[in-house]
Design a protein around this ligand. Structure first.
Ligand code: GLU
Length: 512
């Protein structure tokens, strides 16, 4: 794809931006940047009954957090604006009139009851396509069936009407989707969709086509749920006499077990976010976002890029720049992409680990401060050491302080399972010996303390697994965690001695 492309992300502001929508935006963005083209955000708000306050702002904030910036948008403006459909009413009206003039569209005056009756009739007659179409339209109240003066009188008196597309009766509609290959549909399967509603607003179909044409969109990249609408869109382009853009329908995002589409309900049940940022719906229900959960934007971008695309080799870590370079529509898969939250966590770990220690330090301090944990006993260098130690096991920035709490205050509780298994007179004796050796150590370091421990273990003919967990539990309260030598280094001589004292005092030897 050598020519610069113009692509658009065209969300409807009807709620929080679903993570699947973010992937659509990302793929569009990658393609635009790769070719030196433009990425456009267009707000499709023609269905005013579904308008949700705050949803548009949310879209901008979420994309901006992820580094997906538009070249043209309602906020930014641009040569082909306005970029909000409710501000383009006259444009759609003009093209609806053109379609009427050229015989590609017609006025329809049917009431809701009449439409329902038609449907019932067709269903009872076992029609294959029980809809307003090339056959059924001839039994309805529209400008194809009513006398011309009747139509004129109805329009003049302000009767409510819609404008429908006059779908050709027998025509093969085909287009070459960049992901799915040739898609072919017979026009008898397409109904005479409403293009202009009775409130004078266009439907999605008309507005979308008019805008894609006027905004010079070269590629329409969107979710597979729009594939069924694509043949209708192709017809609309033909009726308007316009060149069609290229289409690429992205594979569905499936629930983790592959059984159906990922929905908010599924994500809620499985306990992971569906929205990039916190979102409160109009009933006041709050959903935690990926950002607030502790996902890093670059990790989420990398994860989403792989939901339906792969580079064809084993490389998994891609920065935005690397994605821009490597991404290709040809490598987008056809089959649904399973949403694996464990993989998202894995990406987060990788990016967290790769952060400079100074950044980790800022996360650590923020967590400690927000939770009123006093860290004044440590120097900056020691805090950096803590980050270095904790980052290997951390998935989220908050894990840095959460998992390190034992470094800031002595344990008040000791894992009972470890005590039951490992705490006995012999072990306590050896630990007392260890405590004494530590006291005598000159120029104490964690490494030296650890070496002392190993010597003792050897002298006493004990196994590592008999003593280590017991020592660990006295220092940290639990049986597993980061390297003990480093822990003892950070805690310092005095604290190690004190914690051992406390453990000898409060842990009683289990009776077996
Ligand atoms: N407004 C549609 C949506 O909400 C856009 C579909 C398209 O990209 O054509 O997803």
């Amino acid at each position: 794809m050598d020519n610069p492309v113009r692509v658009r992300f065209a969300p409807s502001p009807t709620g929080g931006l679903h993570i699947g929508g973010v992937r659509t935006a990302l793929y569009n963005y990658l393609l635009a940047k790769q070719t030196g083209g433009q990425f456009i955000i267009r707000i499709e708000d023609t269905d005013q009954s579904r308008f949700v306050q705050g949803a548009e702002q949310y879209i901008y904030e979420a994309l901006s957090w992820l580094g997906i910036e538009a070249d043209e948008s309602p906020q930014k403006g641009g040569e082909w604006g306005p970029y909000t459909q409710s501000e383009r009413k006259e444009i759609y009206q003009k093209y609806a009139k053109q379609l009427l003039r050229n015989g590609h569209a017609y006025y329809a005056f049917d009431t809701t009851e009449e439409l329902e009756a038609m449907r019932d009739r067709l269903v009872a007659a076992k029609s294959k396509n029980p809809s307003y179409n090339a056959i059924s339209r001839m039994q309805m109240k529209n400008s194809l069936t009513l006398p011309e003066d009747d139509v004129a009188a109805r329009l003049a008196s302000g009767d409510p009407y819609v404008i429908r597309l006059k779908v050709p009766h027998k025509q093969q509609v085909r287009f070459n989707d960049l992901v799915r290959g040739w898609v072919m549909v017979h026009s008898s399967a397409i109904d005479d969709k409403v293009l202009m509603k009775s409130d004078g607003m266009p439907t999605y179909h008309l507005a979308n086509i008019v805008d894609d044409h006027m905004m010079k969109i070269t590629h329409v990249i969107r979710g597979e749920e729009w594939l069924p609408s694509a043949p209708l869109h192709i017809l609309l382009y033909q009726c308007l006499g316009w060149k069609t853009p290229q289409f690429a329908h992205l594979p569905l995002i499936l629930r983790p077990d592959g059984n159906g589409k990922l929905s908010k309900r599924v994500a809620d049940d499985l306990g992971f976010p569906i929205f990039p940022l916190n979102w409160t719906d109009d009933q006041g229900n709050q959903s935690e976002g990926y950002k607030e959960k502790g996902y890093l934007p670059e990790a989420l971008v990398n994860f989403l890029a792989f939901l339906g695309w792969n580079p064809g080799d084993n490389q998994e870590l891609f920065s935005m720049e690397a994605l821009i370079e490597t991404f290709s529509v040809a490598r987008i898969g056809k089959s649904g992409a399973k949403f694996d939250i464990e993989k998202a966590k894995w990406f987060n770990q990788q990016y967290l680990r790769a952060k400079p220690n100074e950044t980790l330090l800022s996360y650590l301090k923020a967590g400690l401060e927000a939770n009123q944990i006093d860290y004044s006993r440590y120097t900056e260098a020691q805090l950096l050491q803590i980050c270095e130690l904790m980052k290997e096991r951390a998935t989220f920035p908050n894990d840095l302080w959460k998992d390190a709490q034992f470094l800031f205050s002595a344990p008040t509780h000791y894992d009972e399972k470890v005590i039951h298994k490992k705490w006995n007179e012999r072990v306590v004796d050896v630990l007392k010996g260890f405590q004494k050796s530590v006291e005598e150590l000159d120029n104490y370091t964690g490494e030296k303390a650890k070496a002392t421990l190993h010597e003792l273990i050897e002298q006493e003919g004990l196994k590592l697994g008999q003593l280590m967990p017991a020592l660990r539990v006295t220092l940290t309260g639990v049986g597993a965690g980061p390297d003990l030598g480093s822990i003892m280094d950070i805690l310092g001589k005095e604290e190690v001695i004190n914690r051992l004292d406390k453990a000898f005092e409060v842990i009683s030897i289990p009776v077996k």
